[in-house]
Every structure is written in C-alpha cells, then in structure tokens.
Design a protein around this ligand. Structure first.
Ligand code: PAF
Length: 295
C-alpha cells in the first residue's frame, strides 16, 4: 500500500494503476462503515484509492472541525489489512493554499434538510469531492447511504460537470442495537449512547407502517416524530419523506421510491439516519439505482 502526501506523489502513483480504479473518499477515523466501502471497491475494481482528509470547507464556524476525531496511524493500519493500493493524506494547505478561490455550489438538491441545517456544508463537500475526482481519476467512487443527501449532491455535481465515473452507494452499517455507525458516535456518553437506539427504532416503525400499506408522508413523519418524543435525551431536528431520486419533499401519497431521513440531536452530536422505502431498496444495488440518481 502506497501513501501519497503530495499532489506529485499522488499523480505518479495513480499513473501506475491500470484498469478500473475505485475511489473511497473519507475524513478518516475509520469504522466498519468506511471499511465496507473499501471492500465493495476492492470487489468491483482492479485498484482501490482511499483518501483521508478532514475537509475544513464543509464545517461551519459552530461545527466541530478542531475536535473532529482523528487517528491517522490507526486508519493506515486498518487500510493496510484491506486490499488498498494507495492512500492519499493531503494537508489543508495543499488542498486550499493561500489565495484559493474556487468552489462548487450544487443548487436545488443542497438546499433543504442537511443543507438548511448546515449552510455551506454541501458547497464544501462538492468542492472537495470534485477535486478528489480530478486528482484520483477513478472509474467508480464509493459513498455510504448514511449521508444520503450528500450522495444526491455528489451525483448531481458529477453529472453536471461531466465526470466520467459511476457512483456506487453502499448500505448503512449498524451497531448491534441498530444505531448507524458514525465517527461522531464517539461523542456520546453511555446514557446518550443507549438513548440513541431510539433513532433506528423510529424509522423502523414508519417503515413497518409503510409495509402495512401506509403511504401518506404526513402519517409516516408523525410516526417518527412521536417515537423520538418518547426519549428525553433525543431532540428531533427534522424528519423528511422525500423522493429517493430528486430528494424533493413529498406531501401526498406516492408509490415512487422514497427516502425517509432524520437528524436527531443526542447530547453533543447530531446523528443522521435514513432508509429507502420500500425496504428492499436498502442494498448496494437498490440504493445505487435509486438514491439521487440523475438520468
Ligand atoms: O462523507 C464524508 O466523509 C465526507 O463528506 C467526504 C465525502 C469524504 C468529503 O469530505
């Protein structure tokens, strides 16, 4: 496994990789969710490139950039045990040198939900991901369904800017009690960690109702809201029922694939979770074919 720290090192290592290259962009502090992306990439591609970069432009002033968890030696050891050809670990000064002025803004799909809660977040995400696509020149890029709106923003950006690559969306990896894995789970106290299990329970309740025939988005949203309200340590930020393709919020019953997503504050971290409806879509193939798909 090669490690590249400079643009020159990355470009010359990339030149030596022939065949299909899969890219897994990460902000490090790797967990099984990230490793599932790496494993999917190594199943489908000839070579895997992983990037580790805590991207400052996707954090806002009140976000947790300085205290975002980092452990590069541990990350590299985890990747060493996987089938990874190249790891790119740039510094912020390399990616955004003094005088830097170019950003990518994806409009409609960035606006609501996470975009509403974290202004500027998706501008930072689209910018860094476009840079990584340019640098790594992958044929496929792998992202987790957990950040569902991020997937839709990246797909729109890749389509609009004519990046010749395929975006693969991998299912959410969960702890034993159903909590979606996230680097931010490390901030939870023991009581908050127990309370956070309410999040997957809430969407499962709505998904069960959907399975039983409930199609009204307001009724499904209400089930999630009522369930989260039972847990005093959890505060629902939003629950969304949106088109899985466009992420447009739905107000009337539909049989189109839906994305049920929610953000919940539990102590310090704001935790995200989601599922595609019908539930059979929550696979690599199902999510890749629907979530944020641009025709
Ligand atoms: O999902 C993440 O970890 C980040 O948003 C990404 C895609 C690596 C861009 O910084």
């Amino acid at each position: 496994m090669q490690i590249a720290e400079t643009l020159h090192e990355l470009r010359s290592a990339r030149q030596q990789l022939t065949g299909r290259v899969g890219l897994v962009p990460t902000m490090g502090y790797l967990h099984e969710g990230h490793l599932s992306l790496v494993r999917a990439a190594s199943e489908e591609c000839d070579h895997v490139i992983v990037t580790i970069f805590v991207n400052p432009t996707q954090f806002s002033a009140h976000d947790d950039l300085a205290s975002y968890p980092r452990d590069l030696p541990r990350d590299l050891a985890l990747l060493q045990a996987e089938d990874v050809a190249l790891v790119f670990t740039p510094t912020p000064a390399l990616i955004y040198p003094p005088g830097y002025q170019t950003y990518i803004s994806v409009e409609q799909v960035s606006q609501e939900k996470e975009g509403g809660a974290r202004p500027g977040h998706f501008r930072g995400v689209a910018t860094i991901v476009a840079k990584l696509f340019n640098l790594a020149q992958p044929q496929r890029a792998y992202f987790g369904q957990k950040d569902a709106q991020q997937v839709a923003v990246i797909r729109r950006m890749a389509h609009d800017l004519h990046f010749p690559l395929e975006i693969v969306v991998c299912p959410i990896i969960r702890e034993a009690d159903g909590l979606a894995m996230s680097s931010r789970n490390v901030y939870l106290t023991a009581d908050e960690r127990r309370a956070a299990a309410i999040i997957p329970q809430a969407w499962q309740r709505a998904a069960q109702a959907y399975d039983d025939g409930e199609r009204h988005p307001n009724a499904l949203r209400a089930l999630v809201r009522d369930h989260i309200a039972q847990e005093p340590l959890a505060r629902l930020d939003y629950v969304s029922l949106a088109s899985a393709r466009t992420l447009a919020e739905q107000d009337s019953p539909t049989d189109e694939p839906l994305l049920l997503s929610l953000a919940v504050q539990v102590g310090r971290p704001r935790l995200l979770d989601n599922c595609l409806l019908p539930l059979a879509l929550n696979t690599r193939e199902g999510a890749s074919a629907t979530l944020g798909r641009v025709e």
